[in-house]
Design a protein around this ligand. Structure first.
Ligand SMILES: *Cc1c(COP(=O)(O)O)cnc(C)c1O
Length: 455
């Protein structure tokens, strides 16, 4: 029998997270207070995040110990397998060797529990009783709901109203874990009420839901807010993916020439690739590292590198990142988890320094590749993950055309069993390929905030 799944022994699970801040070619530009134009300090974040996570956000320490309580939970589904995609390789008739890390092996079905569990733990340790968050498609909400169930925390999820109505199963999943799920905008917050006054039928947006969750945390002493991507500590929690993958590549005596992850806010891409980017920075290896985004929401490929708000409503500090403008609402492509106007500051810096690349694809070819993957490798990719699948397939075709060996590795960030409506529309030929028009890009960018300009 030829080996296909490369299983890491449980004893080899990473016990430390990798913090790439220690190895950057230059330090990150600090988050800025929009009104003063000055860098924000820990005290600005303390009302909404626990201190343990704020410390990690600014830490320059290369290796950060993972507490035992977190390891014990992660060990229920980790290490996840690294899989050699032999059936896909055969279907493509490619000389490339294709591997994928399968992060759909978690109870919530994606990589997101890797950070949800850590965030719930630090909140619990500091006496927080309740966590609020927002969710769009529902993946982050279900991961956090699960993590709160583990540590006995109350969880409230502001779910974008259209998703709440169109995607009932994700809501039910959150209810199963004991979370309270509200269609946003609600009448429970000032942010929600002011939106509803202007538009009682408002379908909601991620930006509005973030504003509601942040306000809820800021106005309740026992409550904190939790974010599923973008921030430094979130990306660091996800590095267990790449650290495991590196050991798995050692087990088979291979090393990737190309590393690929889909990119929404940047957390699964970073978690998978940063431990390899460390080798690139150290000069020991030189893999090509590619972030894949939807053509409908192309921050890394078409946005400028500038300070912008993390949310649509303009409540967060300003972050230096590739952005399409905080006012940009991406069209409703099926990869809901990739519909974010910005990008993680850490990923953005690496892109600006030329250490990583980015590509953008429209959704039809992405779904075609996802179906090929399902029929060969048998896992149904989440529409987000399907962007990475498509890039890997494109690379394997290139290897074939050039008649050369290539080791391709991508992160399968989650399964698509709750996203079958997107596949249904694909089979019915009803998917639209939405590219961001140049005029819309110009308009969104004209609204970029000027730090200290009093906006
Ligand atoms: C949320 C999500 C993403 C996008 O988020 P990142 O922070 O960019 O990783 C990608 N894949 C899946 C399956 C998701 O749930």
């Amino acid at each position: 029998m030829e080996h296909t799944c490369i299983h890491l022994p449980a004893s080899e699970m990473p016990r430390q997270w990798y913090n790439i801040q220690a190895d950057l070619p230059r330090p990150l530009d600090p988050p800025i207070h929009p009104a003063t134009g000055q860098p924000i300090g820990p005290e600005d974040l303390a009302p909404i995040f626990p201190m343990g996570l704020i410390e990690q956000e600014v830490s320059q320490q290369r290796w950060v110990d993972i507490p035992d309580e977190i390891l014990t939970v992660l060990a229920r589904w980790r290490p996840t397998p690294l899989v050699r995609a032999r059936r896909l390789e055969a279907a493509l008739d490619t000389p490339a060797r294709i591997y994928y890390k399968n992060e759909s092996f978690s109870p919530a079905g994606s990589h997101k529990p890797n950070t949800a569990v850590a965030q719930a733990y630090y909140n619990k340790r500091e006496g927080v009783r309740r966590i609020c968050t927002e969710t769009g498609a529902g993946q982050w909400g279900s991961a956090l709901a699960m993590a709160c169930a583990i540590f006995g925390l109350d969880c409230r999820v502001y779910m974008v109203r259209v998703s709440y109505e169109q995607k009932p199963y994700r809501r039910v999943l959150m209810n199963c874990y004991g979370a309270e799920v509200l269609p946003s905008p609600t009448r429970l917050t000032q942010a929600g009420r002011s939106v509803l006054e202007r538009d009682p039928e408002c379908p909601g947006s991620l930006g509005i839901a973030i504003s509601e969750a942040v306000e809820d945390a800021a106005t309740h002493d026992d409550t904190k807010y939790s974010l599923g991507s973008v921030l430094n500590h979130v990306l660091m929690h996800q590095t267990v993916i790449g650290l495991e993958a590196k050991k798995q590549f050692e087990m088979v005596g291979d090393y990737p020439d190309v590393l690929i992850g889909c990119h929404g806010g940047g957390s699964n891409f970073a978690g998978f690739t940063f431990p390899f980017v460390a080798d690139k920075i150290a000069g020991t290896h030189n893999p090509e590292v590619i972030a894949v985004e939807p053509a409908a929401s192309p921050s890394l490929t078409r946005g400028p590198y500038a300070y912008d708000f993390g949310d649509t409503a303009g409540m967060t500090p300003l972050l230096k990142m590739f952005t399409l403008g905080h006012g940009f609402v991406p069209p409703p492509v099926h990869a809901g988890g990739l519909r974010y106007h910005g990008a993680a500051p850490l990923v953005s810096l690496l892109k600006a320094e030329g250490l990583i690349d980015a590509v953008a694809y429209p959704q039809t070819p992405v779904f075609e590749s996802a179906v090929l993957f399902a029929r060969t490798e048998l896992w149904i990719p989440a529409p987000e993950s399907a962007h990475a699948v498509h890039c890997a397939i494109e690379k394997a075709r290139q290897a074939k055309a050039e008649g050369r060996e290539m080791v391709i590795a991508f992160n399968l960030s989650g399964h698509g069993l709750l996203d079958l409506a997107g596949y249904d529309q694909h089979f019915a030929g009803k998917l639209e390929d939405l590219e961001m028009p140049e005029e819309e890009l110009k308009r969104a960018l004209a609204e970029l905030p000027k730090p200290g300009g009093g906006q």
